[in-house]
Structures are given as structure tokens and as C-alpha cells.
Design a protein around this ligand. Structure first.
Ligand SMILES: Cc1ncc(C[n+]2csc(CCOP(=O)(O)OP(=O)(O)O)c2C)c(N)n1
Ligand SMILES: [Mg+2]
Length: 190
């Protein structure tokens, strides 16, 4: 099974539609996950798309269920993903999940994101996924000390992974083709 993540900015190019169509006709075990954070490089996705939900509203064109979820709620994401994985593993074909979320910064460090309406960022920050999940844990009676411990563990894991990557040698060029074609090669293309 493959899980394929992409931004809202992907959904108006041909490759997105071609991939969905192929996955659907061949019932491939793929879970497509669109992170709809409302913005592409410098453009709001809503300004250049004819439908409200750039991924989910196209799903029916490929015989797929329309799935739009709150991407800032980890439990909802988890449950939806599990159902899609089960479907893929059972040979029932792909799923397309549109996760609604928000981009807290510009597209890149060079983008101050001044094109966003005033107050929008602040509003979405209230719905930060980590904030939401902290509140949920509290609701279930999990103490602040436990949450602080989880925080510290996560920071440690991230730091260790960052250091491991920085210390690793550059990857070899031949991995460019690893797992790209089913037979492991590309000579057949000629
Ligand atoms: C095939 C292709 N077309 C155009 C671009 C130029 N480009 C770079 S980022 C981007 C928009 C990406 O939007 P999104 O996926 O929503 O990313 P986000 O800023 O939300 O992370 C575009 C059009 C590209 N990299 N590749
Ligand atoms: Mg985006």
C-alpha cells in the first residue's frame, strides 16, 4: 500500500487527475491525502478553482467517495486514514482524503504571506492541531505532567532524527530510480 501526500496546489494539474484515474481503474492500494491549507505558492486555491474542495469535489469523477475532514483533529485523521488503509488492503482500491487545515506561514522562507486577510492566521492558530489535542487529552483526565513528558520525548526524537540526517552521507544518485518502476529499471521506456 502507498500513501501519497500533496498540497492543494497540486490539484489543478493533469498529473493529479491522471494518477487518480489510473489508481481507480486498476484498483490500486493507494491512499491519496490532500493537505488543503488554503494556499498555494502565492495564490489562494479558492481563487483559481471552480469547486470549493479542490480534491474531494473531484473524487466522483474517478468513482471515489467524497471525503473532506478536519485535518487539524488528529483523531479524525487517524480514524479516516485507518478506514482508507483497510479499503486499500482489502483490494477495494484507492481513497482520496482532503484534510482541511491552514498554512501558518508563507510558502517558503522568502514569502511573508502578506496576501492573507487580516485576522485569518490568528483565527486558525486557535485551531492549531497540537492545541486541540492538548485540550482533548485534558478532557480525558491526562495531567499536565504527562503531556510535558510527551513533549520532551517528542523533542528528543526530532532532535535525534535531525542530527542523524545531518551526520549521514549524501544519498547515492541511483536511488532516484528506486521503487519508481515496478521492475526496478527504466530501460523499457526506450
Ligand atoms: C509540476 C510543478 N508545477 C509548478 C510548480 C511550481 N510550484 C512550486 S510550489 C507551488 C504551489 C504549491 O502549493 P501547495 O501544494 O498548496 O503547497 P504549500 O505552499 O501549501 O506548501 C507551485 C505551483 C512545481 N514545483 N511543480
Ligand atoms: Mg497549500
Amino acid at each position: 500500500m502507498s500513501v501519497c501526500f500533496f498540497g492543494d496546489g497540486t490539484t489543478n494539474i493533469g498529473a493529479f487527475h491522471e494518477a487518480l484515474n489510473f489508481a481507480a481503474i486498476w484498483k490500486l492500494p493507494v491512499v491519496f491525502v490532500c493537505e488543503n491549507n488554503l494556499y498555494m505558492e502565492y495564490t489562494a486555491i479558492g481563487e483559481v478553482t471552480a469547486v470549493e474542495h479542490p480534491a474531494a469535489d473531484r473524487a466522483s469523477a474517478y468513482g471515489l467517495e467524497r471525503i473532506v475532514i478536519d485535518g487539524n483533529d488528529a483523531d479524525v485523521v487517524y480514524r479516516t486514514a485507518n478506514a482508507a488503509y483497510a479499503r486499500a488492503r482489502a483490494g477495494k482500491g484507492p481513497s482520496l482524503i482532503e484534510c482541511m487545515t491552514y498554512r501558518h506561514s508563507g510558502h517558503s522562507r522568502a514569502d511573508p504571506a502578506k496576501y492573507r486577510p487580516e485576522g485569518e492566521l490568528e483565527k486558525w492558530k486557535e485551531r492549531d492541531p497540537i492545541k486541540i489535542y492538548r485540550a482533548r487529552l485534558k478532557q480525558f483526565g491526562i495531567g499536565d505532567d504527562v503531556v510535558a513528558k510527551i513533549d520532551a520525548q517528542v523533542m528528543q526524537t526530532i532532535d535525534a532524527a535531525t542530527e542523524a540526517c545531518k551526520a549521514a552521507p549524501p544519498p547515492s544518485v541511483d536511488i532516484l530510480f528506486t521503487d519508481v518502476y515496478a521492475d526496478g529499471g527504466w530501460a523499457w521506456r526506450n
